[in-house]
Ligand binder design. Structure first.
Ligand SMILES: NC(=O)c1ccc[n+]([C@@H]2O[C@H](COP(=O)([O-])OP(=O)(O)OC[C@H]3O[C@@H](n4cnc5c(N)ncnc54)[C@H](O)[C@@H]3O)[C@@H](O)[C@H]2O)c1
Length: 314
């Protein structure tokens, strides 16, 4: 039985201005596309497990972004030291964690996950400064364009695949090497796939294909790494909001001009929620909870599993 207590985790929804430079050419509004109603409503988070990761060391990639920063905060709240990896500086997140947790060690690393050499060097730095590596949240990602396959930009297809699949592989490989060569050996890796990799939405050919590949990479790696006491699992979030990704997919799906979505973004938001059994989008902490469960000892017999965080879409 996990002990629980009230924690104020401050998992605020990110603003549209916190977006990565990868999206600097997007012209998005500040609309949040709130869709009222729904079932099993998520109010303010009141009880969470605590102390599960005391004394442990975690890498989080995409740590300057929405899920990465939220996961780093929760790892820190539960006692872990955290190394923050992102292609843009995660210093702001590190300063916040430093100010709130003086018993732990937080480091930030500007790392391009598509460059194996840079990933391997950063992982070596983490092991040198923190002493070992217990967990890796392999989460950096890029959503790409919203266009049908016949009009999809070849260069963007390559970029999406490079970040989401090759980048994921690079972090997985470097983390696995560190985990299997330490004493005691072992660790746990959680990768961020997506429901798009299972349901293959229209206008997202690169993203859907790359995330489907992450799912298979997770399953293959779980078999290869089991003999080294390393578990590998993934999560597949669907509609999570409000926030940058929610607004972006609504506005770009509306603009893509397909038979599947209305040209009015407010109607698209409704279309997306209407196909979700719980009739609402998920919150960021509803993603972080399952991620941290997979890292925890409560999941010690789970490997090669993908948790679909979808409000019932399957
Ligand atoms: N937000 C959602 O609704 C949603 C749904 C399903 C899956 N996902 C996946 O969750 C993960 C996190 O998404 P998010 O919502 O936090 O998005 P986000 O854009 O806020 O965060 C992604 C982070 O990855 C970083 N990044 C991109 N390319 C990188 C590279 N080459 N090297 C290092 N860092 C890089 C970005 O700088 C950014 O900080 C992604 O893999 C995304 O595909 C998100």
């Amino acid at each position: 039985m996990i002990l629980a207590r009230v924690l104020q985790l401050g998992l605020a929804a990110p603003s549209l201005t916190t977006r990565s430079a990868l999206y600097e050419n997007d012209s998005l509004s500040d609309e949040t596309y709130e869709v009222p109603g729904g079932f099993c409503e998520r109010g303010e988070s009141t009880t969470v497990a605590f102390g599960r990761f005391a004394g442990k060391v975690a890498i989080v990639t995409g740590a300057a972004g929405t899920f990465g920063a939220a996961c780093a905060r929760r790892f820190a709240a539960e006692g872990a030291s955290v190394a923050l990896f992102d292609i843009r500086s995660p210093d702001e997140v590190r300063s916040e964690l430093d100010a709130e947790h003086d018993q732990q060690n937080f480091t930030s690393h500007v790392v391009d996950v598509t460059d194996f050499g840079s990933v391997e060097a950063a992982v070596a730095d983490v092991v040198a400064s923190h002493g070992r590596l217990d967990y890796a949240f392999n989460n950096a990602g890029y959503q790409g364009d919203f266009l049908p396959v016949d009009r999809y930009d070849t260069e963007d297809f390559r970029r999406v695949t490079d970040v989401n699949l090759n980048g994921c592989f690079n972090v997985l490989k470097a983390a696995a090497n560190a985990m299997q060569s330490q004493t005691p050996r072992g660790g746990c890796i959680v990768q961020t796939a997506s429901m798009a990799g299972h349901s293959a939405p229209p206008n997202m050919p690169a993203y859907a294909a790359s995330k489907a590949a992450v799912d298979q990479l997770t399953k293959a790696a779980s078999k290869d790494l089991a003999p080294f006491d390393i578990r590998v699992n993934s999560v597949s979030p669907a509609f999570i909001g409000p926030g940058f990704m929610w607004t972006r997919q609504i506005e770009l799906q509306a603009a893509a001009g397909s038979i599947y979505y209305d040209p009015d973004p407010a109607v698209v938001a409704r279309q997306m929620i209407d196909c979700t059994p719980l009739k609402r989008y998920g919150t960021i902490d509803e993603v972080v909870g399952p991620v941290l469960f997979l890292f925890s000892d409560d999941a010690s017999y789970l490997t090669g599993v993908d948790i679909q965080i979808t409000g019932g879409i399957n």
